[in-house]
Design a protein around this ligand. Structure first.
Ligand SMILES: [Zn+2]
Length: 68
């Protein structure tokens, strides 16, 4: 018997942040530049990672700008 599994999800992780000049457009809190990592998983097995940089809000987590 063959069991197909199409459970794909993405996990986003912030690796480290550094304060940067700027404000969040949503809550007005200070922004940080963060090293991001996105892991794409199929059936909970990671198979693809992407590293990117983004300006994020330290308070609400909004992504204000992303660099690929
Ligand atoms: Zn915010």
């Amino acid at each position: 018997m063959v069991c197909f599994c199409f459970l794909v999800d993405q996990k986003r992780k912030m690796r480290r942040t550094k304060p940067v000049a700027g404000m969040c457009s949503r809550c007005g809190c200070s922004a940080s530049v963060a090293d991001m990592k996105t892991a794409t998983r199929i059936c909970y097995i990671p198979f693809y990672w992407k590293y990117w940089k983004a300006i994020v809000c330290t308070f609400c987590g909004a992504i204000l700008k992303s660099y690929t």
